[in-house]
Design a protein around this ligand. Structure first.
Ligand code: ZN
Length: 299
C-alpha cells in the first residue's frame, strides 16, 4: 500500500456513510443494534449475512468455511480480497479471529486441497491460521447476489461514481472524458500504479460498462454487444478473448476500448462494503478492511 492508497482509503471511509444514508447498505437486523456487545459466533455472522440474500442459502456455493469452525466466538473480523500471509499476520496482530476474503485461499475456485496436503506453501498458510485459532469464511457468491451486487456498490463508491449509478445496472454514464483521463482517475481512486488497456488513449469516453473481477470473455463481449459502451472497465480477462474482440473492433473503426484494472483492485471495494455491513449489523464487533493488493508486479 502506498501513500495515495492510504489517502484514498481514508476518504473512502469518510464517504461510506453516504451509502447508509442512501439506503444502499441494507440493515435488516437493525433490531439487533440495541443489543450492544453481543458475542457473535462465526455461524451467526454467516447466517445473518445470508438471511438478506434472495433465494439463499444456495445449494451450490464456494462460500464455505475453509479453516476453523462455525462455533468460534468472534473477537474481530478482517475483510479482504485475497488471504495472503501478510493479511493473516495482520489479523493476528489485530486479534481478529475471523477472516472473510472474497476470493479463494488455496489457489483454485473450489479451494481444492486434496493435492496440496503435503505442500509447504499450502501448509504455511493453513497451519498459520489453524495454530492461531483463525476461522476463514469465503464470501463471494452471497455478496454478489444481494438484492443489488454488494461488490459493485462498493466499487462504484470507491470510484466516486455513486451519482451516476443506477441500481442493478453495470452501465454508468459518467461526465465526458477520454480514455487517458479515465485510466488516471481509476489509478488515483483505487491506488493502482498501472493497468493494461486496449484502444486509443484520446478516445472520448462517457458510457462505461463496469464488470469488476473476471466474469469471463463471453459475458464481457455479450455486455459490449448489448450495451454498446465506449469502454469496458473490468478486473481481468483472458488475453485471447475480450482484448482480441476489442482490438478487432478498433481495426474496423468502431470506437471501443477496454481497461483491465487487475482482479484484486477491481473488487477490493466489495471488501469495504462487507466491512461496512459488519459495522452496521454487528455493532461493537471490531471489523477491519485490509486491501491485499496484486500478486503480479509491474517492472
Ligand atoms: Zn467477485
Amino acid at each position: 500500500m502506498n501513500d495515495s492508497t492510504q489517502t484514498t482509503r481514508r476518504e473512502f471511509l469518510l464517504k461510506s456513510g453516504a451509502l447508509v444514508a442512501a439506503g444502499l447498505l441494507a440493515n435488516p437486523f437493525s433490531s439487533f443494534a440495541s443489543v450492544s456487545a453481543k458475542p457473535w459466533t462465526v455461524g451467526e455472522i454467516i447466517d445473518a449475512f445470508i438471511a438478506q440474500v434472495p433465494n439463499a442459502p444456495f445449494a451450490q456455493t464456494v462460500d464455505t468455511i475453509k479453516v476453523g469452525s462455525r462455533d468460534t466466538v468472534v473477537t474481530g473480523v478482517v475483510t479482504t480480497m485475497f488471504t495472503t500471509l501478510e493479511i493473516i499476520r495482520k489479523a493476528i496482530e489485530l486479534k481478529a479471529n475471523l477472516i472473510i476474503p472474497h476470493e479463494p485461499t488455496f489457489f483454485s475456485g473450489q479451494d481444492e486441497t486434496d493435492y496440496l496436503l503435503s505442500d509447504p506453501v499450502f501448509r504455511g498458510k493453513y497451519d498459520l491460521m489453524e495454530k492461531n485459532g483463525i476461522t476463514l469464511w469465503r464470501n463471494h457468491d452471497y455478496v454478489h447476489r444481494m438484492r443489488d451486487d454488494g461488490v459493485r456498490i462498493g466499487v462504484v463508491e470507491e470510484l466516486g461514481w455513486t451519482n451516476y449509478y443506477q441500481a442493478k445496472s453495470p452501465v454508468l454514464n459518467i461526465p465526458k472524458t477520454n480514455l487517458r483521463e479515465l485510466i488516471n482517475h481509476i489509478k488515483t481512486s483505487m491506488g493502482v500504479p498501472a493497468m493494461r488497456y486496449v484502444g486509443d488513449l484520446s478516445q472520448p469516453c462517457s458510457k462505461v460498462l463496469l464488470l469488476p473481477g473476471a466474469v469471463g470473455g463471453r459475458r464481457q463481449i455479450e455486455g459490449i454487444m448489448k450495451e454498446k459502451p465506449d469502454v469496458l472497465v473490468c478486473g481481468e480477462s483472458n488475453e485471447w478473448e475480450t482484448p482480441e474482440y476489442v482490438r478487432a473492433a478498433n481495426e474496423m473503426g468502431i470506437k471501443l476500448s477496454m481497461i483491465e484494472i487487475g482482479h484484486s483492485a477491481s473488487e477490493e471495494g466489495g471488501s469495504e462494503f462487507v466491512k461496512n455491513w459488519l459495522n452496521e449489523n454487528m455493532p461493537g464487533l471490531p471489523a477491519f478492511h485490509i486491501p491485499s493488493g496484486n500478486s503480479l508486479q509491474i517492472f
